[in-house]
Design a protein around this ligand. Structure first.
Ligand code: IMP
Length: 202
């Protein structure tokens, strides 16, 4: 099962798992409640979500904790990335806040606007063992936001080596794996590591 209530992440994870013949159910579909993310790192929060789901459903549970780390903001929003969007999950608000803080710090050049997404993945098995991996995608923050694809902070994140934001890329471009895509996103990269550890070859 996939331990997420985030529809954007769920869609990406389903696409990543499909070639391995895994057809997951989601925590939302099983009516499981979301545990509190009390960890102080992406890795700790992924583990909290995976373990809670594996225990509740007695199924192998796959969880991700991810977020955007902005160099000029000392790593913010980091593990608070979802919370910066507030209760209505409005990422225009969260992106505007980042931009305001960058302006306040005089971060105007691409070099001063470096950021990366992090994805920590954890698979928890009902017999108590765990697999944990982490990966990142590096890029630059642009303003104004561009594109309507993806979710969260995608429209302001331009991955290194590209002139388009994640918000301007198709899902295959953003997180598709070779030969279809480039395996660009943090989740795709972490997923490749995890697949090597515990999934049947594609
Ligand atoms: P959490 O892992 O559920 O705590 O949420 C992480 C938050 O980070 C998400 O709600 C998004 O706002 C942001 N985030 C994580 N991955 C991505 C991504 O691939 N694109 C854009 N935003 C992301």
């Amino acid at each position: 099962m996939i331990a997420t209530h985030n529809p954007g992440k769920l869609a990406e994870m389903r696409e990543l798992l499909a070639p391995h013949g895994v057809e997951p159910v989601s925590a939302g579909e099983l009516g499981l409640s979301e545990p509190e993310e009390t960890g102080d790192s992406f890795r700790a929060n992924a583990k909290i979500k995976a373990v809670a789901a594996a225990m509740a459903a007695q199924l192998p549970a796959f969880a991700d904790d991810s977020g955007l780390v902005v160099d000029a903001l000392d790593g913010a929003p980091g593990i608070l990335s979802a919370r910066w969007a507030g209760p209505t999950k409005d990422f225009t608000v969260a992106m505007t806040r980042i931009e305001r803080l960058l302006q306040e710090r005089g971060a105007t050049t691409p070099e001063q606007r470096k950021a990366h997404f992090v994805s920590a993945l954890c698979v928890a098995w009902p017999d108590d063992h765990l697999e944990e991996v982490e990966a990142r995608a590096d890029g630059t923050l642009v303003w104004p936001p561009r594109g309507v694809a993806g979710f969260g902070y995608d429209p302001m994140f331009m991955p290194d080596g590209f002139a388009r934001t994640f918000g301007e890329m198709t899902s295959i471009e953003k997180h598709g794996l070779p030969p279809l895509g480039l395996g660009l996103s943090h989740r795709a990269r972490a997923f490749v590591k995890l697949a090597e550890i515990c999934l049947a070859p594609r």
